[in-house]
Every structure is written in C-alpha cells, then in structure tokens.
Write a protein that binds this ligand. Sequence first.
Ligand code: CLF
Ligand code: SF4
Length: 284
Amino acid sequence: MSNTYKDLQNSHPCFGGYKNNAGRIHLPVSPGCNIACKFCDRSINDVEERPGVTSKVLKPEESVDILKKALDICPDIKVAGIAGPGDTLATDNALQTFKIIKEKFPDLIKCMSTNGLLLNERAQDVIDVGIDTLTVTVNAVDPEIESKLNDYIIYHGKKIEGVEGAKILIENQLEGIRKVAAAGVTIKVNTVLVPEINGDHIEEIAKTVKEAGATIYNIIPLIPQHKLKDCKPPRCLDIDGARTKASKYIDVFRHCQRCRADAVGVPGVSEFGDQIYQRRLNTK
Ligand code: CLF
Ligand code: SF4
C-alpha cells in the first residue's frame, strides 16, 4: 500500500487540504498524558464536541470489534486514528492497537497523533508498527513561548517545569519529526493558536517544522478552558491571517473539526460515534 502525500490527499480527511469525503475512526485507547498543556481539559462524557473528550477508554484488543462495527456502518472509513484522550506515547496502548490493526485491517491507514515528548526515543517503534500518517502538536518552537502554554513535562519519571521542560519538549518534537519523516512517513503538525501567546510565532513554527520534515500544517483555534480560560479565542481574521503566513512555508490544512477522541465518520459531514461507542444521546 502506498501512502505518499499525493495518495493521502484522496484518502485521508486531515491530509487532503480539501474535503475528499474520506472517513476516520478514533480509537480512544490512550488515557494518560505526560505533559500539562494549560488549555487542556480531558473529560469522559458523551456530549462535548472537542479534543480530549471521549465516552470511554478502550483496551487495545477491544478495538477489533469496534472497527468491524464501524466499517459496517460507515464504509467511507479509510483511516484508523488514535488521538487520545491523552498522549499516544505516554502508554504503549496506541502502539499495541496499531499492531493489531496492521494485522487484522491491513487496508486501513494508521494515523497517530502525539505531543511528541517521547517521539525522539520511540521513533523507531512508530516506524516499525507501520504508522502511515503522524501528527505532532507543536505549539511553539521557542521555549519561552512554549512555557506560557505548558506548565510542565513528566520526563523519565521526573517533573520538569517551565522553560526547562519546554526546551526538552521542543527538542524531542523536532528530532522525532526528523527521524520519522526520514523514514518516509507523512507528517502533519498541529498548532493550537492562542493569539496573545503564539500569534506572532506561527511563521517561525511553520518554517521550523517544514525544515524538520513535516509536510502539512494545521492551525487549530484555542478553546478557552482550564488555565487559559480567560484568553481570547482567535477571530476568523486571526486564523485566516495565521494560515496565510504559514502557507509561505508549508501546505496548510484548513478543515479541522476539533474532533473528539472517539469521533467516527467523515469529519464535518457524518458522525456515528453515538452508535459505535453507545453514547447516551443528549436528551436535554
Ligand atoms: Fe484523527 Fe487527527 Fe488522524 Fe485526523 S483528526 S488522529 S489527523 S484521523 Fe483531523 Fe479531527 Fe482536526 Fe485532528 S479534523 S482534530 S486534524
Ligand atoms: Fe492535553 Fe494533549 Fe496537551 Fe496532553 S498533549 S495535556 S492530552 S492537549
């Protein structure tokens, strides 16, 4: 199976650059996280439509039945993604799940999303399990700026705060991207846009991640919550401006739906998560 960037533009909803009507299923197998983004509010619930939210956490082996059911109901699904609700490398659950998918559903595109803290040291594992598309969330490439978006990292059992932690995070993200990109995996970088913190830093991020080997860039508007609940979310004008600046350096994806960690269907078009994960429908 060939999954060049050109192929993915027709088969992957988040690497297309335009709407190609391909579906994805998120398998919420990764509960914990190893960094502390100031805007992150992970939650188990059936109703909120945003990243970090899932109705349940699955065990890797439970993914098989879920995938069968999902492909039955939504044959448009071409991509099996893991995007939380925590980080995919904080435990081995995601890599185990991808191993199962590789064996039992070889035609599905394996899509992994990570904060990248452990990407440098786990790059070979990511490559070996056959990840087709990797997303790394890079919110800054300057540790001073990153430290305003992230309180601390937990790295090899140690809590490292502020700029010091941010420096390690950024180094590992960029080195991880270099290694995985060199193996031929197509890489997307996500950045959460917080205008008052990284609004003037987007060009620098775009340029740096492109040089490291990323192919496509997705700017996601902040949802103000947790410690950044008083920050202003970007206006359409801010988002457009940031995307235009970034597009000088790298292809930009403009259709992000800020999906739940257990989303199923064609992003922005259909949603089957209620049926697949037996969410209780909102009866308010
Ligand atoms: Fe999922 Fe993410 Fe893979 Fe897509 S979502 S793991 S790359 S299959 Fe896509 Fe949803 Fe935006 Fe993510 S629209 S939040 S970018
Ligand atoms: Fe939350 Fe993701 Fe940040 Fe972890 S990496 S704290 S799950 S937003």
